[in-house]
Design a protein around this ligand. Structure first.
Ligand code: 5AD
Ligand code: SF4
Length: 476
């Protein structure tokens, strides 16, 4: 049967269509391997956030079903970059590394290169790739990742040239495709996709599309299956988990979803990110306080402490609103760990604005914070704003902020020294193989003597000493 006939016979419904293409790709791969006399390998490299990490697991799941073997590095027959575009330097990194991939491809004629993820949703990026990176074989975006098996089949069948499939948006959510988890005992779980907030600096709503929630029964079913497969901790993923449920036929809030998830037997820890302060409800705080499975950690992006800037950023809260939420969280969940994202150098940021941000950091005393230098993203409203801040001013503010964040972080982390805490062991320590590394419920890292048999299990650990942002402990 020829290529077009095979495509015409594909089922119309998902995920059946993708399973059909997995089977076909598997046959092609076997033939290729037979003629080459060796196995073919793949390497998926992920840039950016946990959403991308989860998407990469979906890609790996399909590649493994097709029969590719995972390679240790990018000297592979099929290299895929799952890209991020939230800041300009993420894009530059990809272009830089593509140059290296080209030299690998010259040595390996079988090599295929695919690019996907947020950066591909930017038309100017695709134009640049078409013009200057002609050796790339496949480009697809964030909305059609569920079609990866079909795209892979088409790529395996094409002679030369670049296959490009980018969608502007989608309301489609395809369930039950294969996924290969990176960790056996913990997993990310998407509860929603996209974002409707349009913070003025942020490109995410343009590249990830409109907000859509997964049905609660699909989420519960996925987590139940994960737990049956050995998972004890889930991280619920969404750009704005606090608005979960909007647009669904069923009437459900994020707090209600959490309550249902906590009822799943065998599941030990539930985490979630990211929360938007404007949608954080009292109901959520109540549920967090009463459900022991929900980790005592809240990642609550501040972005700025200045009311004027928060308004220009389109964040829909004030400094006082934010501090009120933090007070509520601290009073209902006394040992809660708080982390945040902060942007320095947003257009028009004055020294006074910046000091407001510093003030919030001093008051909240975050356990840790991701601090970012504002990056101008073409197509966002902030890119057109007057008063872009000079580099040296931004750098100076960034350094001051980082120092404060580290000082308050150290104070916060240190307070558990000498106590006994439950730790989930995640991996053998990379530097010292006599140690294992795990996480407390509040997400603090602990290193302790141990071996690989402990991975995925919970232990009561005495925190012997605090070394800045982590502890050295021992099992009691
Ligand atoms: N410049 C700098 N930081 C940004 N973020 C989002 N867009 C930008 C940008 N243009 C940061 C925000 C967000 C985190 C994921 O990335 O702090 O919370
Ligand atoms: Fe970007 Fe704001 Fe949406 Fe977060 S909430 S993804 S910062 S637009």
């Amino acid at each position: 049967m020829d290529f077009m006939e095979l495509i015409n016979q594909a089922p119309d419904t998902e995920p059946d269509r993708q399973y059909y293409f997995i089977e076909l790709s598997r046959k092609i791969l076997r033939e290729k391997e037979a003629s080459l006399g060796r196995k073919l390998s793949f390497c998926v490299t992920t840039f950016g956030c946990q959403m991308n990490a989860r998407d990469s697991e979906k890609i790996v799941g399909i590649l493994k079903q097709v029969g590719f073997e995972e390679s240790e590095d990018e000297h592979a027959d099929f290299v895929i970059y799952n890209t991020c575009t939230v800041r300009e330097n993420a894009n530059n990194k990809v272009y830089g590394r593509l140059g290296i991939l080209q030299s690998y491809k010259k040595k390996n004629p079988e090599m295929m290169i695919a690019l996907c993820g947020c950066m591909m949703q930017e038309p100017t990026v695709v134009e640049t790739l078409q013009k200057s990176y002609k050796f790339v074989d496949l480009i697809f975006g964030t909305h059609n990742i569920y079609k990866f098996a079909e795209l892979l089949f088409n790529t395996l069948n094409k002679d030369k040239g670049m296959l490009i499939d980018i969608w502007k948006d989608t309301d489609k959510i395809v369930e039950n495709l294969p996924i290969e988890r990176k960790y056996s005992f913990k997993s990310g779980v998407n509860i929603m996709f996209g974002c409707n907030n349009f913070c003025t600096y942020c490109i995410v709503p343009y590249v990830r599309g409109r907000e859509r929630s997964r049905k609660s029964e699909d989420i519960i079913e996925e987590i139940t299956n994960l737990v049956a497969d050995g998972v004890v901790e889930v991280m619920l993923l969404g750009q704005n988990v606090n608005s979960y449920g909007k647009g669904l036929e069923e009437s459900i809030t994020f707090a209600q979803l959490l309550e249902r998830i906590c009822k799943i037997d065998g599941l030990k820890r539930v985490r979630f990110m990211t929360s938007h302060p404007k949608d954080l409800s009292d109901e959520l705080i109540e549920v967090m306080a009463k459900e022991p499975k929900i980790c005592n950690h809240m990642h609550l992006p501040l972005q700025s402490g200045s009311d004027a800037l928060l308004q220009k950023m389109n964040r829909h809260y004030t400094k006082a609103d934010y501090l009120l939420i933090v007070d509520k969280l601290k009073s209902k969940i006394p040992d809660i760990a708080l982390t945040t994202d902060i942007i320095v150098g947003f257009p028009g940021e004055t020294e006074e604005d910046f000091l407001e941000t510093m003030d919030v950091v001093s008051k909240v005393k975050y356990d840790s914070a991701f601090t970012f230098i504002y990056s101008k993203r073409t197509g966002t409203p902030a890119a057109l704003m007057d008063n872009q801040i000079e580099e040296d001013v931004v750098k100076d503010r960034f350094d001051r902020l980082l120092e404060l964040v580290q000082t308050v972080g150290r104070e916060k982390t240190g307070k558990y020294e000498g106590t006994v805490q439950e730790v989930l062991i995640e991996e053998v320590n990379e530097q010292d193989s006599t140690l294992v590394t795990g996480k407390m419920a509040n997400n603090t890292t602990v290193h302790l003597p141990g071996d690989s048999s402990m991975i995925g299990k919970m232990y009561q650990v005495k925190l012997i000493c605090c070394k800045g942002f982590y502890y050295i402990g021992e099992i009691i």
